[in-house]
Unconditional design. Sequence first.
Length: 115
Amino acid sequence: MIQGELSTEESEIYDFMGFNFLFKNKGVKTISKLTVVFYVFDENGEPPFGMKNHIVLNINCNIEPNEIIEDCISLDEFIFSFESSGYVIDYLYISQILYDDGAVWTDSFGVFATY
């Protein structure tokens, strides 16, 4: 399970925008890396000017079975100019999970794990 939202509040993690997320490992193996994919739109449903719309984040982690993590990741590398209007996330999904035993689960198009 993954949930996420964008944040533009003042933070030590980012200068312009961050991705706050919550993830629960519902599996029986420990996760060592997640690939999270989502799209960003402005208040009119358009890709925001000065920002990459399709975002792919590789998150190194250590998430035990049934563990829930909450974190924030900077999106500053995806922003070319910034307007602090309302941005929203759409089509948020996990495209890949790497387990600590080397096994890999993939869902390249978000068919199975879209929230």
